[in-house]
Design a protein around this ligand. Structure first.
Ligand SMILES: [Zn+2]
Length: 68
């Protein structure tokens, strides 16, 4: 099967505040993204940085809002 699943991928990140693993759906059609999403566990705002490299590997980093 090909199609939208290539663009929407699930990734886990670790919340910088509470340390819980959070599942995210990442839109891989944009290769460089930075946005804020509230942690599903502690509800604090994580700054997410999504990068897609040239072979299509998706990297997601969650940062403490205050660290930026
Ligand atoms: Zn959290």
């Amino acid at each position: 099967m090909e199609g939208d699943w290539d663009l929407l991928q699930c990734r886990f990140v670790r919340c910088p505040y509470c340390g819980e693993r959070i599942e995210l759906v990442v839109d891989c059609s944009v290769s460089d993204q930075r946005y804020v999403e509230d942690c599903q566990v502690c509800c604090r705002p994580m700054v997410l940085e999504v990068t897609v490299d040239e072979v299509g590997h998706v990297n997601v980093h969650a940062n403490d809002e205050n660290a930026c």
